[in-house]
Design a protein. Sequence first.
Length: 198
Amino acid sequence: MSSITQGMPKNAINVIAVVHDDVPGSARKTIYADHFHPLVSELKSFTGRQVHVVFAGGKPYSNFDYKGDEVLKTLQDWEPLGHRLLSEMKKEGLETNNLTKVILLTNDMLSDRAAGAALLWPPTGTGTVAISSLGSYLFVGHEIGHLLGARHEDYEVQYNGWWSETYMAPKRDLLRTIAYTFSPANRKNIMNYLADKD
């Protein structure tokens, strides 16, 4: 890294959160506090980057038909809408960069087995869009984690008076609490993803 770029500020992580029409008003009031504040604090704590969450809505984004057993197809249908929203918000003056992600927040699960999903490009590429149910405080952080390079394989169950799961737990165990953190391995995965994004 040259001395010129060393002092430059790092790109912020930006999340455009689209609240689906099916999310009730009572849940909307606490979405940031319940689902984003712990995640934002965690990401800031080890990345050294600002993290911004901007809420958006309106048709055709907020009424997107996300339910169905073909989760990959649902994500592929959501992707062009997510990019369209990103483009529209950029024209309206939102500062975007290569770390801007778009997530659809839903009241219900996508299918009987999927509470959320992120569009990834194997073997190592991450995408820009995801969908997450608000059914657990773990889900939004989990899907944003995928978009930043975190992996299921590197999650942990931690003990701090009780067993708790880090964000990338592949399946939520209701007997455990939520750690609201990424495991050290997933922190490293995220830092590796961020390394060339400035």
